[in-house]
Design a protein around this ligand. Structure first.
Ligand code: ADP
Ligand code: MG
Length: 504
């Protein structure tokens, strides 16, 4: 038996460099040297800091458990336990030992980092998993975790790495302005809104009609969306549900404004709605025979709308849009960081809603390809059932359009603040949760563990694990399967995504 063919085969498979058989030794050596130089150069380029300084590679975080595995007497390690061999099918084994190590989701998709238990690379792409994995019924992702754990960094990695797959990324509300540098680095655009800034968005802009939808049906669809938006805004400002007559008044005012605007060739504005609601006579006439005293009933509504038009949001959402939606841009973000100063959360929340409505209405093209909509800091919206409802119906629409939503919240109990058990708000929040086949749980406070466990149906081991996660590490529940994944950042990403910079 000769060793030579064996060794040659090994060499061939281990060599990253192909040299033609005809090449002599000197030629092969030269080619090898060139390859080594090119590799070193590529590595230097990849890790070079934009400013020319060399970034410090953060050491890999320590594994969750030491080499010996889970500590404690129950770990049954150390060869002291002697049991007869036990045979079972893989189906039963996976049920009996559900949280040992997952097989992974395959290599398709965006590289996220390291699967801590399997010690393997972890990739994820909701679009490829959709329809392929049992129970993976939608591409939406919920991401929850306390502040500073790297939620936004993960969302930004999703965005940045998806661009390589040709996906587009939309961030309809960025209350901290932290997405703007990301968009700039990726060749996308950002629209900044705030007092004194020139940007205007009209949330009543009509979405462009997809070719496949008939004209008439589309008019109805736009009307429905505008009503839903107006209703949600009014309900949020008033802090209560609308009375039946108020619904009618909104209906009537919207129709009056739309037909008036169509006659003069303008787009309807929130201010027009407020004016109409504030004019009882006009409303009664527009309401026709069944109006009753529509004008009087609409008084609260008129004040609610006035807040949107005159209050701290004056002008921003009550004028023809200055920004045009460019469907070819790889990324579009709306920066609302200039709005935060007033200390009143409601204004920011209303602005987030108007901005999302504007952007979502621009995304109606079913041929627009695969898209992400990232709702960073979405926990602010959770307290308002009206806004939740709008969001949920938007999500229902997005599935048919090839859109994956990513919602970032702090705690799972944020979902519960939407209402008491059995209430409509709670049902909405639970529906939203059910609409996320992927849930990524970063570290939770100890008093939140119970809520998380019961909402997500976590095992005790999973619940313990989420109390001890460190930065960038999360429990991923993908259609009922569990992974603990360490998100790894490229040095470039680390500088681009750094939100601690202001703290240093
Ligand atoms: N996987 C990670 N590895 C190393 N640093 C990270 C990781 N994820 C986030 N960071 C850093 O932690 C800081 C806070 O992250 P951020 O995403 O803003 O947290 P959150 O959105 O959860 O409040 C950022 O400066 C970011 O660079
Ligand atoms: Mg964040």
């Amino acid at each position: 038996m000769s060793h030579r063919p064996d060794r040659r085969a090994r060499r061939a498979s281990a060599s990253p460099l192909f040299t033609p058989h005809g090449a002599d030794r000197a030629g092969r050596r030269k080619a090898r040297r060139q390859l080594a130089e090119a590799t070193a150069k590529a590595r230097d380029r990849a890790t070079a800091h934009p400013d020319g300084t060399v970034p410090v590679e953060e050491p890999l975080p320590a594994p969750l458990y030491g080499l010996a595995g889970r500590p404690g007497p129950a770990s049954a390690r150390g060869s002291r336990l002697k049991l007869p061999a036990h045979r079972m099918t893989t189906a039963i084994a996976s049920g009996a030992y559900p949280f040992l190590a997952e097989g992974g989701l395959g290599a398709d998709g965006i590289y996220i980092g390291r699967d801590v238990h399997a010690e393997a690379a972890f990739s994820f792409d909701p679009f490829t998993l959709y329809g392929r994995v049992e129970g993976f019924t939608n591409p939406n992702v919920l991401l929850a975790g306390v502040i500073g754990q790297g939620k936004s960094a993960l969302a930004k990695s999703f965005a940045l790495r998806s661009i390589a797959f040709g996906y587009r990324v939309y961030v309809p509300c960025d209350p901290k302005g932290e997405w703007t540098p990301v968009a700039a680095a990726l060749g996308g655009t950002s629209i900044a809104l705030g007092p004194g800034l020139p940007g205007r968005l009209n949330p009543l802009d009509a979405a462009p009609r997809p070719v496949s939808v008939p004209e008439e049906e589309w008019t109805g669809e736009i009307r429905k969306r505008r009503l839903l938006l107006l209703g949600s805004l009014a309900r949020t400002v008033l802090g209560r549900d609308l009375a039946p007559m108020e619904h009618t008044a909104l209906d009537v005012a919207l129709d009056a404004v739309v037909s008036q605007a169509a006659a003069t060739g303008r787009t309807p504005l929130l201010g027009d709605i407020a004016t109409t609601l504030n004019n009882p006579g006009l409303l009664d006439i527009a309401g026709g025979a069944m109006s009753g005293r529509l004008g009087d009933a609409a008084r609260d509504l008129a004040h609610a709308m006035r807040r949107l038009v005159h209050g701290d949001l004056a002008g921003m959402f009550d004028a023809p849009s200055t920004a045009v939606f460019n469907p070819d841009s790889p990324m579009l973000t709306i920066d609302l960081s200039r709005l935060g100063g007033s200390g009143d959360d409601t204004a920011l929340v209303l602005a987030m809603t108007c901005a999302s409505a504007w952007m979502e209405s621009a995304l109606t093209d079913p041929n627009g390809g695969r898209r992400w909509i990232v709702y960073d800091e979405a926990w602010r919206l959770m307290r308002h059932p009206g806004l939740l409802q709008r969001m949920q119906s938007q999500w229902k629409l997005s599935r048919g359009l090839g859109i994956a939503n990513l919602m970032v919240i702090h705690r799972l109990s944020d979902l519960l603040t939407a209402g008491d058990a059995g209430s409509r708000g709670r049902a909405l929040a639970e529906g939203l949760l059910a609409d996320c086949s992927t849930r990524i749980i970063y570290r939770q406070e100890n008093d939140q563990l119970q809520a998380a466990a019961s909402l997500l149906g976590l095992t005790t081991v999973e619940t313990q694990a989420i109390a001890h996660l460190n930065r960038g590490r999360g429990l991923w529940r993908v259609a009922g399967r569990s992974f603990i994944v360490q998100h790894l950042l490229h040095p470039h990403e680390r500088t681009l995504f750094d939100t601690d910079a202001r703290m240093h």
